[in-house]
Ligand binder design. Structure first.
Ligand code: BGC
Length: 739
């Protein structure tokens, strides 16, 4: 306010007088380069104002009242959505106005939100989207997430989560892309492009955040937040590449992970956040801690008090503190000479850089007219349906139980997930609403001829032991086609949702057994956020369609597959164990010194050593035949390429899509053993019945190299094996030599 008690005019044509001094400062001039604007602004900031930029807290409906004073003091840099559901950008703008008009320098706040697989239009969970083997699909769904997230008053999303997931006990396996780092890199980059586009400052784009840095998915026992022990060699080759791929695609922020990483918590880990991220990778954006992860350094046992936690985090390279407020101790610690002001300056510079890049100094407010028509637009809904169909993985299809004829007279749809729209949304469903979701029952009903009959029996409760099995059995007996909708509840996966058992929950297996005992062929549709152990279902069901938690258009997308209007083209990106005792189990493991099966070979006495369904697995409604692999040469020189080719034929009677997968093995490597097989390419090929095509891959040094424990990229001469196969467990390799 000025002397007369009125707000001076700060909004001018093409610029905002953020510091209310009546002149256009360099930082207020959008024609100036970002670095100059940052420097100009920083030169005007007090230490307290700088520390304020490092602080993020949750907003709730009363935030305007609660945080008014704090924002006015310049003691807040960012909000994340949380608490009460905040629907509109009006609320954001109200808070932003306090920051812009009510503080000395007018620095805009940045608003973050967890749009993991959609904002209002909820798409399939990330683990499911990976199973489409189509990164562009994910780019398109995240583009819509960005549009809706931004319309809702947010500038920034805490996604993608790129943590490698090998342990289905860990509930957050649902949020990532599975067990393969190469595929993970493609998905990381696609997500970043989807969120940020080519111009992240555009009003319908949001800043992406690579999380959780790093190693979070390797938590001991699959228990969330738990300790991880990962050798530097494994870390470089399996856990880090996805983060680097996101950075290379332009991601502007990173989030630390909760876990202790090989001896020191990630949120205070200088080696990770500075040596690797800043010094090696040259990351220019900022790092936000995970939720209260800085104060938790005390619980981890590496900081004695708030001061020490703040000191550890800021010197390690955590720029913004999410929710806890240990960084409030920094001014005193700087005054006492314990923390260097340079650390704070660096962090402020990075945060402001992103705020300028996002265009917050040119357009601090969200258009308040947009959001009412921004959600669930027809293109979003159509894409949600396409995605729900594309993520389905057909695990079994005996005697062509699928697809179902639309003229079938009586369908019995049984099970707790048969008509459960809210369950379709999965974990982290943001602003998704059950009333917008299409259940399996609704999707099937829409396909049926008017004289067909659909009976729906809930069968048994999804989590507890309530059973109504006799009605389900009677329905099954009276039906021509029996569909069982089974799985796990949506809130059994995601953060803090670890499991010790991986079977279908409650009494669903009993339900399955009772229905299967009728002798009717049973089609099982599975809804889950992680691989499940389903050996008995796998043996006794006629067909199994893995649908995951497929989002708002679940029922329509699945019905498209069940009735043959779309063909199943999904492939697993995480192995399905027989038994939880096999976990962690992943296709890209190392050989032992005693490979193979037999006594003293390292297998189980009571279970197979292989998974029930391997990585890359998925059936179609037709039959694909692979010919012999041909290499263009048997030797390859460094820097050259060779091609691998395989004839593929659709030998069945329906059109279908095959995912031809290229796997490579480096047979002897000097810095450490290489996995028995590693995915290095794939192509999705559509063929009509009887049609054939040669599928060709180019192999370059890029597909042959790996990292040593210090992060050096090595491509070494010697023997390599190549597979072109339908999954990670089939096919015969051919060899070539790198000279
Ligand atoms: C989660 C993050 C999330 C953050 C903000 C944390 O508990 O681990 O993934 O982005 O909360 O909601």
């Amino acid at each position: 306010m000025n002397a007369r008690g009125t707000v001076p005019e700060i909004y001018h044509d093409g610029w905002i007088d953020f510091n209310k001094n009546g002149v256009k400062d360099l930082y207020e001039d959008s024609t100036q380069p970002v670095e100059k604007r940052v420097a100009d602004l920083m030169a005007q900031m007090s230490l307290e104002e700088k520390i304020g930029q490092l602080h993020q807290t949750t907003r709730d409906t009363d935030a305007e009242k609660i945080y008014k004073d704090q924002i006015e003091r310049g003691d807040m840099g960012s909000f994340l959505a949380g608490g009460e559901i905040i629907e509109s950008p009006l609320h954001r703008n109200a808070l932003q106005r306090i920051a812009v008009e009510g503080t000395r320098l007018g620095i805009p706040l940045i608003f973050g939100h967890d749009s993991i697989h959609g904002f209002r239009t909820i798409f399939p969970i990330p683990l499911a989207q990976a199973c489409a083997w189509e990164p562009e699909l994910f780019e398109r769904t995240q583009r819509i997430s960005a549009r809706e997230t931004a319309a809702g008053g947010n500038d920034w999303t805490f996604a993608p989560m790129v943590d490698l997931g090998r342990d289905p006990r860990w509930g957050r396996i649902a949020e990532g892309f599975g067990e393969d780092p190469w595929l993970g890199c493609l998905y990381a980059a696609a997500n970043v492009r989807g969120f940020q586009g080519t111009n992240v400052a555009a009003p319908d784009r949001v800043v992406a955040c690579m999380k959780h840095f790093a190693g979070y998915g390797a938590a001991e026992g699959g228990r969330d937040y738990n300790t991880t022990e990962i050798s530097e060699y494994t870390f470089r080759n399996f856990y880090l590449p996805q983060f680097k791929a996101g950075l290379d695609a332009g991601a502007w922020t990173f989030m630390t992970s909760f876990n202790s990483l090989s001896g020191f918590p990630a949120s205070g880990n200088h080696h990770l956040l500075t040596d690797i991220l800043r010094n090696e990778w040259k990351f220019q954006g900022f790092v936000v801690s995970d939720y209260q992860a800085i104060v938790q350094l005390i619980d981890h046992g590496v900081a004695a008090d708030d001061d020490e936690a703040a000191r550890l985090a800021i010197t390690a390279g955590v720029d913004m503190e999410m929710v806890s407020s240990n960084y409030e101790t920094l001014p005193q610690q700087i005054q006492d000479g314990i923390v260097s002001p340079t650390n704070v300056d660096e962090s402020v510079r990075r945060i402001l850089r992103v705020k300028f890049v996002k265009g917050l100094f040119d357009r601090p407010y969200t258009d308040e007219t947009l959001y009412k028509n921004a959600y669930l637009r027809p293109d979003a809904v159509a894409l949600a349906r396409e995605a729900a169909a594309k993520v389905c993985v057909l695990l079994k299809n005996e005697k062509s139980a699928l697809p179902i004829s639309k003229s079938v007279k009586k369908i019995a749809l049984i099970g707790p997930l048969a008509d459960a729209p809210g369950e379709m949304l999965g974990c982290w469903s943001s602003r998704g609403r059950p009333q917008d979701a299409i259940s399996l029952a609704a999707g099937i009903r829409a396909k049926l001829a008017p004289d067909s009959k659909l009976t729906i029996s809930p069968g048994c409760n999804i989590t507890n032991n309530t059973a109504q099995i006799s009605r389900a059995v009677a329905d099954a007996k009276a039906a021509d086609v029996v569909i069982l909708a089974l799985g796990e509840p949506r809130d059994w996966s995601g953060e803090s949702k670890s499991r010790t058992r991986l079977d279908v929950t409650g009494r669903q297996l009993e339900l399955f057994q009772a229905v299967a005992a009728t002798g009717k062929p049973v089609i099982v549709v599975l809804f889950n956020g992680r691989p499940l152990t389903i050996p008995e279902i796998s043996t006794n069901a006629a067909a199994i369609l893995e649908a995951w938690h497929p989002g708002v258009q679940a029922g329509n997308g699945i019905a498209d597959i069940l009735f043959g209007d779309a063909s199943p083209a999904g492939r697993l990106t995480t192995s399905f164990p027989y038994d939880v005792g096999q976990v962690p189990i992943h296709y890209n493991h190392l050989n032992t010194g005693r490979p193979g099966i037999g006594e003293y070979k390292g297998n189980y006495v009571d279970a197979p050593i292989t998974p029930l369904y391997p990585f890359g697995f998925g059936l179609t409604y037709t039959k694909f035949e692979y010919g012999k692999i041909q290499l263009s040469a048997l030797t390859m020189k460094a820097g050259e390429t060779l091609t691998a080719r395989v004839p593929l034929k659709n030998a069945g009677s329906r059109p279908g899509t095959e995912v031809v997968q290229l796997y490579i093995r480096d047979v002897a490597a000097s810095a450490g053993p290489r996995p028995v097989r590693e995915l290095k390419g794939f192509q999705k090929i559509e063929l009509n019945p009887g049609e054939s095509r040669d599928v060709t891959f180019t192999i370059s040094n890029k597909e042959l190299g790996y990292f040593d424990a210090s992060g050096h990229w090595l491509v070494e001469p010697g023997k390599f094996q190549v597979w072109l196969s339908k999954d990670s467990a089939s096919g015969k390799p051919v060899d070539f030599k790198l000279e």
